[in-house]
Design a binder for this molecule. Structure first.
Ligand SMILES: NC(=[NH2+])NCCC[C@H](N)C(=O)O
Length: 573
């Protein structure tokens, strides 16, 4: 991969080694975009103290030792190295991208990555937070596959636990057919609330619900059948949401909490045997070092309650062991709400004590920030009730239909475009802010055709397609050669070279917003190019071929980038 920043980093490191000794060959050269050059390297400022020399002097020494093939260097200010590529280098690299099916990013990954995402609860509603972990997790899965890692999706469905006692009793009360129909339609939350209400107010019901729990845990066939049906019909709703969103999760990726139930006793035993867990007031606990509660008492991770029951933490420990031992994961990503940060820190620490996780087998909590309403509180409907996701997604489609221009498409085409734009808007809004920050769910903003939005990128892509349509040219047939004259051509070509690094950053840093930012910059560079440089009506055929090549390459990068974000692009908009 000839990412411009990597090329510069390597060259500056070589120069550092030549000027100051081999021990500086691995120094971070601190390459940053610059206003005055293509990039700047700030390493001289950070090194000066250690070398006991003036930063400018250090910069001069690096500049003197730098390989300046296709590159100009200039020392500026207190000791910045301004670095500018020659046009021919940029043109040659862009040409190579045009000819490369991998767009400069050949698959090279060696990891087995388990990605735990979506994970709604069968006993409660699937809420907007689950939407965000679904969308972010799906992009991480796609990016890891793109760089060549082996990806195993794990949808850690909340499908087990004591609430199923009351849910099954409620299901029996209202009749299977009626209950299951409601669950498949996404009525799980209301269903749960009704059951809860009866549990709290009706002692008979409470008694029945309590008696149902051991029947479920003990594997009573009738109870299991009802539970199974409950889960099946709830999954239909989840699958409906996944299909609307176009995420890659399937039934095969479901590895719900219930799956780990048979492993929990053994996990506890292993931890106790290894001396990782110990009894404390009748409960089996792990005390990971460094976690203390109020009054500085060590904080326990309870893995078996004094009544013998297991909890969320036990299941997560079993899941880690399974993912490491059976799935052979060496990287496990948990795309889950930020509110669960302490839980995961403690579970990971426990798994390290058990030897399941270590330096070569790592787990990471990709913290997901909350989605807020315009009032700054957790996102709810106007009436204050929580939101049914299918209705929210339908609303996105309806609103998108009002945004897209009327070009006389027939209604089914229009509906299809609206669906792509609506879903693209929702997904891009989730992906374009850093995953751990909160953001306000705002249809008007996410559906805007200008600014850093999904529809803007879809529109930019559709516009490039229309150039080729107008010229009756197949973008795949364009071969260049790319030559750079106008500054906007140069800026676009340089931007095109950054695609691989942006995708790589999504995978290694778990930060989808970096790819969004890259694609947004690219679309803007294309807009500037398009406004300043006629393509079909270029002054001569050489320029025309080159501009067509730049347009075709931009189109491919945008399409592939949006595909990695799980965003479909309408042919026209
Ligand atoms: N391995 C995990 N704990 N994954 C996340 C599960 C999320 C949980 N079902 C919730 O909705 O909060």
């Amino acid at each position: 991969m000839t990412d411009p920043q990597l090329v510069l980093a390597e060259r500056v490191q070589q120069a550092l080694a030549a000027a100051f000794g081999q021990e500086y060959a691995t120094e971070d050269p601190l390459i940053r975009p610059s206003q005055f050059a293509d990039y700047q390297a700030n390493v001289a400022l950070s090194l000066a103290k250690r070398l006991r020399r003036a930063p400018r002097e250090v910069a001069q020494a690096v500049a003197g030792a730098l390989d300046t093939t296709d590159l100009t260097v200039e020392v500026s200010g207190p000791g910045f190295l301004n670095l500018t590529f020659g046009d021919t280098w940029i043109a040659r690299q862009a040409q190579l991208r045009l000819e490369d099916e991998h767009l400069g990013l050949p698959p090279h990954g060696t990891h087995t990555v388990v990605i735990d995402y979506s994970a709604p609860n069968a006993a409660k509603e699937m809420h907007v937070g689950h939407l965000r972990t679904t969308i972010v997790g799906d992009t991480l899965a796609r990016a890891h596959e793109r760089v060549g890692n082996r990806v195993i999706r794990q949808n850690h469905l909340g499908d087990w636990g004591t609430p199923f006692g009351m849910l099954i009793e409620h299901l029996i009360d209202i009749g299977e057919e009626e209950a299951l129909g409601r669950l498949a339609a996404g009525d799980g939350n209301a269903f749960y609330q009704e059951a809860r209400h009866k549990f709290d107010t009706d002692p008979d019901f409470e008694e029945r619900a309590r008696r149902r729990v051991p029947l479920l845990q003990g594997g009573d066939p009738d109870t299991l059948r009802l539970w199974q049906e409950f889960i099946e019909y709830t999954k239909r709703y989840f699958n409906h949401v996944y299909a609307m969103l176009g995420v890659t999760l399937t039934d095969d990726d479901i590895a719900g909490e219930s799956m780990y139930n048979p492993m929990l006793a053994d996990v506890c035993e292993e931890l106790e045997h290894a001396g990782v867990a110990q009894l404390s007031e009748g409960a089996l606990c792990v005390f990971p070092p460094g976690f203390t509660g109020r009054d500085d008492q060590p904080l326990p991770l309870i893995i078996r309650k004094s009544d013998g029951g297991y909890g969320y933490a036990t299941t997560d420990l079993a899941a880690i062991r399974y993912r490491v031992r059976d799935l052979k994961a060496d990287r496990i990503l948990y795309v889950v709400g930020a509110t669960q940060a302490l839980h995961f820190q403690m579970v990971f620490a426990g798994a390290r004590m058990a030897g399941w996780l270590h330096d070569d087998i790592r787990a990471e909590h990709v913290q997901i920030g909350s989605v807020l309403g315009s009032d700054g509180k957790m996102f709810k409907t106007r009436s204050g009730a929580s939101i049914k996701l299918t209705e929210l997604l339908e609303e996105a489609v309806v609103r998108a239909e009002a945004v897209i221009a009327d070009r006389g498409y027939d209604s089914s085409v229009r509906r299809q475009i609206a669906r792509q734009v609506g879903m693209g808007a929702v997904k891009y809004a989730d992906l374009s802010v850093s995953h751990d920050s909160e953001y306000v769910f705002d249809f008007d903003r996410m559906l805007a055709l200008t600014g850093n939005t999904g529809p803007y990128l879809q529109y930019a892509t559709a516009r490039i397609r229309s150039i080729f349509r107008t010229g009756s040219i197949d973008p795949a047939s364009v071969t260049g050669p790319i030559v750079l004259g106008h500054p906007a051509e140069r800026a676009l070509a340089l931007q095109l070279l950054g695609f691989g690094a942006a995708v790589e950053a999504v995978a290694t840093l778990s930060e989808p917003h970096r790819l969004c930012a890259y694609l947004f910059d690219l679309a803007q560079a294309f807009t500037t190019f398009y406004e300043g440089c006629p393509v079909l009506k270029a002054e001569d055929d050489e320029v025309r071929q080159s501009r067509l090549a730049l347009s075709a390459l931009t189109l491919r990068v945008l399409l592939q980038g949006l595909d990695l974000l799980g965003i479909e692009v309408p042919e026209r908009m």
